[in-house]
Design a protein. Structure first.
Length: 334
């Protein structure tokens, strides 16, 4: 190895190091885009819950008006329901504003062919899919092993280690004695006096051993110390990857458990709401209590939507920590 070959090796690797820096930025970019997407989807689902809650109050208004006309209930019940309608209309307006805000945030990542941001229409809102479930241990081990090798910061340090290893080899080579072999051939040609007769071949060896090698030894020690530093950074980086994956796994499992709890709460709230509405139809309850039950159900539904969104956002963080995000969402790197 010599200075020229060392320069070629390190320069070629430097290009790959730059690519890992770009990959690191893209990884963060994709995670943020996915999180904003699920925020937008959740905002759309919460708007649907708010509209359904308003529809209940508006549909019940005619029924209450008829019972008031017949004298079955006090007029205050109709007034109370009208107040409920106004409050729920206000909640719908707030939910619409939240959906618009999430669409604006999502447009930072969703672009047209000319690069201009696209604000997604509400009619393109999908339903939140069923969560795939908890993470299996075998999958976690496989993804963790993959992440330790493929995370951009780890790959960058591996490449820098290759660069530094080349520098160490070159510095070590400078300490050793130098032995050069030479071979040369010459022959007179053309007109003029001939100084030599026939072909002339020369070859030999040149051996050099510098009397002072302190500079070369110091350079070798310096490059070796840099290599040790990179090795330490690489160990810490891999530990950081393991910690990130473990934290992401914990978040996914916690979100999955929370979703199961909230879904049970939604079922219970609906049962209580239906029972309270049946009591109201029989005259054993009031509009006030029916409204409370409906609000409790809607609140549970809102939290269910949020729990679903939190689960998929946690999964996006997991896919990002393992770098599976590129293959899972078919994001082809240039």
């Amino acid at each position: 190895i010599d200075a020229r070959r060392t320069g070629l090796q390190t320069t070629a690797i430097e290009r790959d190091v730059a690519e890992t820096t770009v990959d690191k930025v893209r990884l963060t970019f994709f995670k943020e885009a996915l999180k904003d997407y699920w925020e937008w989807v959740a905002a759309g689902q919460q708007l649907r819950v708010a509209k359904a809650l308003l529809d209940l109050a508006e549909a019940r208004n005619e029924q209450i008006a008829e019972t008031v006309r017949l004298g079955s209930v006090a007029p205050i019940e109709l007034t109370d329901n009208r107040q409920t309608i106004l409050r729920r209309r206000g909640a719908v307006v707030g939910a619409e504003r939240n959906l618009q805000n999430r669409a604006i945030e999502l447009s930072l990542f969703l672009r047209a062919a000319d690069g201009s941001p696209i604000q997604v229409r509400a009619d393109r809102l999908p339903t939140i899919p069923e969560p795939p479930g908890d993470l299996e241990e075998a999958r976690i081990r496989e993804d963790l092993a993959f992440a330790i090798q493929q995370r951009p910061e780890v790959r960058g340090l591996l490449l820098k280690r290759q660069q530094q290893q080349a520098e160490v080899r070159f510095a070590g080579n400078q300490i050793a004695p130098q032995l050069d072999f030479f071979f040369q051939y010459s022959k007179d040609a053309g007109v003029g006096s001939r100084t030599k007769i026939g072909d002339n071949v020369e070859s030999g060896l040149i051996f050099e051993l510098p009397a002072q090698r302190r500079k070369a030894i110091g350079k070798n020690m310096q490059q070796t110390a840099k290599l040790a530093q990179i090795e330490a950074e690489l160990r810490f980086s891999r530990d950081r990857v393991v910690a990130d994956v473990q934290d992401a796994v914990s978040a996914v499992r916690a979100a999955f458990e929370s979703l199961a709890v909230v879904r049970n709460e939604v079922v219970t709230a609906r049962q209580l709401e239906e029972a309270e509405r049946a009591r109201f139809d029989l005259g054993d309850s009031t509009q006030f209590f029916v409204n409370l039950r409906e609000l409790a159900t809607a609140d549970a539904q809102f939290r269910e939507v949020k729990a679903q969104s939190d689960y998929f956002k946690a999964f996006a963080e997991y896919d990002g920590s393992t770098t599976r995000i590129f293959s899972r969402y078919a994001l082809i790197r240039p």
